[in-house]
Design a protein around this ligand. Structure first.
Ligand SMILES: [Zn+2]
Length: 445
């Protein structure tokens, strides 16, 4: 890994650093709120903006509209060695909605205030979209080809499961990803500062899977004043109460094991996975992302039954958000049925797979080296995301997916709280850092 790749200025500064902030602000100003249906503004305007920025430097992007207004932009950049398998860099263009009244800045203003770019999508994930655009524009302009083919995909609809974005492209235009074997996207590559000698960068190597479920208990309907030993509400509530309080067993997958080993080294303590509360507390806000990757979880989220105070209804229902670890889906479902008991009928409304890949190989080496070049106290570690991303769709094409959207964060910023949160913002220094890291990464990918 050289200190400055070909085409880099003596200072190490690259042109992409100069425009990444404007690109991020301009993307934030294009409202792409995704309400989970087609009632929002859609991603078409953002997809066109991205396509223009790519065409501007001589690339030939294509826009794919899956439904009126729902659009993704894809472009392939030829690498030095076209016989090598390709690399996908993907980012989504949609954002979750924001209620402007709750914010201290306009969520769609993209203003730079106190050294940060503010707005919905600043960390999830117009930051990475802007970094990718800035780096690629700079490299194309200066004639620096990546070592192999790189496909860029700027996608619709990630925040609602990707049906009109990644899923649509994978199912209907798989040829776009021909020969691609590896990918980087959200949520990883961000920093956690341990002390002045050590900064961890968390690369996502695994994602939990999900089961969204409806639970139903059928009982005997009747008058509220009379004896009834078969009350559906009573039965359901007892089962939901048991489930809500149930602690699923700790199961360490290789990503979580790898993360805990690194954490143990970083803090110089032996970790007991059964008793992680204290250790997780040291992680500050990101503990919220890490804590639930030790075990399966099932959170009751909705309840429904009855229509009149003196009528015992014949049925009661509840909804549960279930998340399982890679390799533990069967155990999860068996545990659920055991805890719920025979009276409860369980239906899955929506499910998606869990993912896990090894934290090794030349692509991981390239990430590690790129971070090291820009941050000498960096230490790159694997981790599991408790949620899901478009990686689930791309994995269907046999693509090995990583979360690597490099950002150096000030220790005091509650990064996890930024995701879908109020006052979402990204440090300007984090963006320029990310551009430099991605540039190194593309030299060696
Ligand atoms: Zn996201």
């Amino acid at each position: 890994m050289s200190e400055s790749g070909p085409g880099r200025a003596e200072s190490g500064r690259i042109a992409g650093e100069d425009e990444v902030v404007d690109l991020c602000s301009e993307l934030i100003r294009i409202d792409t709120s995704n309400y989970g249906d087609h009632s929002g503004p859609g991603e078409r305007a953002a997809a066109e903006y991205v396509a223009e920025k790519l065409a501007d430097v001589g690339l030939a992007p294509e826009i794919f509209e899956s439904h009126p207004g729902r659009a993704s932009t894809v472009v392939r950049i030829e690498g030095e060695d076209r016989s090598r398998p390709g690399l996908l860099i993907h980012g989504h263009l949609d954002v979750v909605p924001a209620n402007a009244d709750d914010w201290s800045q306009n969520p769609f203003g993209g203003e730079v205030v106190d050294g940060c770019v503010w707005g919905r999508g600043a960390v999830d994930m117009k930051d990475m979209d802007a970094m990718t655009l800035a780096v690629i524009r700079d490299r194309v302009r200066s004639g620096r080809k990546p070592p192999r083919d790189v496909v860029l995909a700027f996608l619709a609809d990630e925040e609602a499961g990707g049906t009109y974005g990644a899923r649509h492209l994978v199912d209907n235009h798989p040829g776009l990803f021909e020969g691609v074997t590896e990918a980087i996207g959200e949520v990883g590559g961000f920093s956690f500062t341990v002390n002045e000698n050590l900064r961890l960068y968390l690369v996502e190597t695994a994602e939990k899977g999900m089961h969204w479920m409806r639970l139903t208990v059928d009982g005997t309907a009747g008058h509220g004043s009379m004896t009834n030993k078969d009350n559906a509400i009573t039965e359901l509530c007892e089962a939901v109460g048991r489930l809500g309080r149930h602690q699923f067993p700790v199961r360490l997958t290789k990503s979580v094991r790898g993360f805990l080993d690194e954490l143990s080294d970083a803090f110089g303590v032996e970790l007991d996975p059964e008793d992680m509360d204290e250790t997780l507390a040291r992680l500050g806000g990101i503990a919220r992302m890490i804590g639930t990757t030790l075990r399966n979880t099932a959170a009751p989220t909705m309840l429904g039954a009855g229509y009149k105070v003196n009528v015992i209804p014949g049925q009661a229902t509840a909804h549960v958000d279930g998340r399982f670890l890679p390799g533990y889906e069967e155990e999860f479902l068996a545990d659920l049925d055991r805890v719920l008991g025979p009276r409860v009928k369980r239906e899955t409304l929506h499910s998606d797979k869990a993912l896990e890949t090894d934290f090794d190989g030349s692509l991981v080496d390239a990430m590690r080296a790129a971070l090291k070049a820009e941050d000498p106290i960096s230490h790159t570690v694997p981790y599991m995301l408790s949620g899901g991303t478009d990686a689930k769709s791309f994995s269907d094409l046999g693509i090995r997916c990583f979360g690597f959207a490099p950002l150096q964060l000030p220790p005091e910023l509650d990064f996890a709280g930024m995701f879908h949160g109020v006052d979402e913002r990204v440090p300007v220094d984090g963006l320029t850092f990310g551009v430099r890291v991605l540039d190194h990464f593309l030299d060696n990918c």
